[in-house]
Write a protein that binds this ligand. Structure first.
Ligand code: FMN
Length: 213
């Protein structure tokens, strides 16, 4: 069976989006190098995941055999998103930094796929490890676009980067631990600084793809 790459875009911008253009470039490089992969694509602005609501929460914490038709309906999109998440072997996310974190549409997606008894188990009797991830052996690449620069490890704005730690924690919680970040910055400055940053991101993407060959 062919492996699958799930590519998810989360910028509301289209042609002007760096996270979209760079994640698309990454995807093309990946598929050129690994023709054994099939692509699954999700544009969160074309099919926005709903925010979780009271009915969703009640449904998610009710055992499947006890769910009402309303519960089942409330989880329909979430179930589909979780199924797709499991179907993929590798993930590629295009993400704009918004207010030092992720855009709310990506948070809505994450709230839909971090599900008890689907992507993690809650076993309170196990005091050492009450939460058990159910996603195994997957890898993720995250292409981040920022307006400023210097958010990477050891750089001046690293303490303000709540995006990378949040994504690492949330996806790590369900079992995706191998996550590689690629940054492009300086959108707010434009000109040479932006161009240099884009070129650096492209080099980093090439390195990441080559490291798998
Ligand atoms: C609502 C909003 C919030 C933003 N917050 C930040 C921020 O916290 N830090 C930053 O460096 N840039 C910030 N930016 C700039 C974007 O990260 C930058 O424009 C980036 O290129 C957006 O990704 P995109 O090109 O894929 O659309 C913000 C932009 C918007 C519209």
């Amino acid at each position: 069976m062919k492996k699958k790459l799930l590519h998810i875009d989360s910028s509301p911008r289209k042609e002007r989006s760096h996270s979209r253009s760079l994640s698309l470039l990454f995807r093309e490089k990946w598929l050129d190098n690994f023709p054994e992969f099939d692509l699954m694509y999700r544009d969160l602005y074309v099919t926005p995941p709903p925010h979780v609501d009271e009915n969703w929460i009640a449904a998610a914490f009710t055992p499947p055999t006890k769910r009402t038709i309303h519960h089942t309906q409330a989880l329909e999109i979430s179930d589909h998103l979780v199924d797709q998440f499991f179907e993929a072997d590798y993930y590629l996310l295009g993400v704009p930094m918004y207010n030092f974190g992720m855009p709310s549409i990506l948070k809505a997606y994450i709230d839909n796929i971090i599900r008890v008894n689907r992507t993690f188990l809650f076993t309170p009797e196990d005091k050492e490890a009450p939460y058990k991830p159910l996603v195994k052996g997957k890898k993720m690449f995250v292409v981040v676009a920022t307006g400023d620069h210097g958010y990477q490890k050891g750089e001046i704005l690293e303490p303000m980067n709540h995006l990378e730690p949040h994504l690492r924690t949330a996806f790590g919680f369900i079992g995706v631990e191998d996550i590689r970040f690629i940054y492009s910055g300086n959108d707010e400055f434009g000109g040479e600084r932006l161009e240099k940053s884009i070129q650096q991101a492209i080099h980093k993407m090439e390195d990441e793809v080559c490291s798998f060959v």
